[in-house]
Design a protein around this ligand. Structure first.
Ligand SMILES: Nc1ncnc2c1ncn2[C@@H]1O[C@H](COP(=O)(O)OP(=O)(O)O)[C@@H](O)[C@H]1O
Ligand SMILES: [Mg+2]
Length: 250
């Protein structure tokens, strides 16, 4: 078996007295679609930022393709497509330039015309017509902004995709639609994917494996099928949105 694409080994990260991650272990194998779930403020985005090299851990190792890495992980980052929480489009750029952002930075490889053509193809792929290409992000609805953000994430057909709360702020129908679209795109690209979310509908549609972050480490891991069949414990309470009677605060 090939080495895991990403491994977090005993990662700890605190902000002052706020001990967010406590010896977190997480493995993502090539070709897997993994979800990292957990309540708000449990450190999901922090873990993702550590993988991206945006935050340094206080201790522990980040291994990429089995190699211990120190940020910035430049070679790795160039292979990644990322959908940020909220879409994170650049307000001052028209939609097509947002989508083509990475392509326009590589003018040796893509002319402006080619970048625009690819941007329009990707917009179409996510269900947005080329008529949105010249609009500005503020002219799009929230759901359309997510789609544009998704088109940007896949602009250069990356093999590694990261999604941070891809369905936040969407109604249930749009949540189901965007989750299905993400799954299709991950499969089409044969990509390795990490989705960070507290939305169960999204996780069930996107992930092959689910890791539940609580108290700074992975409190439960399982396949998507095991996740669907959970019937007890902390994660059951979390999935069902029930108060957690097993809670023991440290
Ligand atoms: N740059 C930062 N400075 C201080 N605290 C931070 C910073 N980034 C995240 N945190 C804290 O870390 C905790 C986890 O945040 P985050 O990973 O964003 O949660 P979530 O699981 O909702 O994505 C929160 O308490 C947050 O306030
Ligand atoms: Mg977050």
């Amino acid at each position: 078996m090939s080495k895991p694409l990403i491994q977090l080994q005993e990662i700890s990260k605190s902000f002052g007295e706020n001990h967010v991650l406590k010896k977190l272990d997480l493995t993502i194998n090539v070709g897997e679609s993994v979800a990292l779930i957990g309540g708000s403020g449990t450190g999901k985005s922090v873990a993702l930022k550590i993988i991206l090299g945006l935050y340094y851990p206080d201790s522990g190792n980040v291994l990429i393709n089995g190699e211990r890495s120190k940020p910035p992980f430049e070679g790795f980052l160039s292979q990644i497509g990322m959908l940020f929480q909220g879409g994170a489009l650049f307000d001052s750029l028209p939609v097509w330039k947002n989508v083509a952002f990475k392509l326009l930075r590589d003018r040796k490889k893509y002319s402006v015309g080619e970048a625009r053509k690819i941007a329009e193809e990707k917009l179409e792929r996510v269900g947005l017509g080329s008529e949105v290409a010249d609009l500005y992000p503020a002219e799009l609805s929230g759901g359309m902004q997510k789609r544009a953000g998704l088109a940007r994430a896949i602009a250069d057909s990356p093999k590694i995709l990261f999604f941070d709360e891809p369905t936040t702020g969407l109604d249930p129908i749009r949540t189901a639609n965007i989750s299905a679209l993400i799954r299709e795109i991950v499969d089409e690209n044969s990509a390795t994917a990490l989705t960070v979310s507290h939305d169960m509908t999204c996780v069930k549609q996107i992930a092959d494996k689910v890791h539940f972050l609580k108290g700074g480490y992975i409190a439960w891991s399982g396949t998507e099928t095991e996740f669907q069949n959970i019937s007890e414990g902390t994660i059951y309470h979390f999935v069902k949105g029930l108060p957690d009677t097993t809670e023991v605060e440290s």
